[in-house]
Design a protein around this ligand. Structure first.
Ligand code: VGL
Ligand code: ZN
Length: 197
């Protein structure tokens, strides 16, 4: 089982108000990942491993919004309340924040797209990434696949992701694709041998 050490990083994908119940583009029960992610945050801190939190960070006229030719309702507009990290997520000042899809024409589901995340990780001698957050079949999946392409040992945190499942089976298919392309799965209890650190 993959171990958390100083060559590991936790990547928390898009745990923002707009992707949680009550937000503009909610993942059903998306907020349920938060207490689990907080446990991962504590674990990573204990061993001095790096923590990254990504955020969807769109301009008001972003191309992914329906009014501008896209498919989504407006969400995660830079500086808006909906774009804030969910207040229950325990992010401290040493968490590195990665903003993505910041230009009107730029869609980026992956946290590696146009952000410098890859070089930042490599610069810190990190080669193993543990990925959780929202939504499983969109930004989590793209981030996992890009991490694999960039050569990282990539672990999907099964108990800390949630998807939209617009078509029943979307989430299952996404997980299958990530595994087929080389990602591994882990849960809190598989990492520490119990589920309550
Ligand atoms: C996302 C849809 C649009 C995500 C971002 O974070 O999964 N989904 N923008
Ligand atoms: Zn978006």
């Amino acid at each position: 089982m993959a171990k958390i050490d100083k060559h590991s990083a936790l990547i928390i994908v898009d745990v923002q108000r707009d992707f949680c119940p009550g937000g503009a583009l909610p993942v059903p029960r998306g907020d349920e990942v938060i207490p689990i992610l907080n446990k991962y945050i504590r674990l990573f801190k204990e061993v001095g491993a790096s923590i990254y939190a990504t955020r969807d960070w769109h301009p008001p006229n972003h191309a992914s919004f329906k009014a501008y030719g896209g498919t989504w309702p407006p969400h995660c507009v830079q500086g808006s309340r909906g774009a804030e990290f969910h207040p229950s997520l325990e992010l401290s000042r040493d968490v590195r924040i990665i903003s993505k899809a910041q230009e009107p024409w730029q869609e980026a589901y992956s946290a590696f797209e146009g952000t410098g995340l890859r070089d930042d990780l490599k610069g810190r001698n990190i080669w193993r990434v543990f990925i959780g957050g929202l939504a499983t079949e969109y930004c989590v999946k793209s981030t996992v696949l890009d991490a694999l392409k960039a050569g990282f040992e990539t672990i999907l945190l099964e108990d800390a992701v949630m998807g939209i499942d617009a078509e029943i089976g979307d989430v299952e298919r996404a997980v299958k694709e990530m595994m087929e392309k080389g990602a591994k799965k882990a849960t809190l209890s598989s990492i520490i041998g119990r589920d309550d650190p």
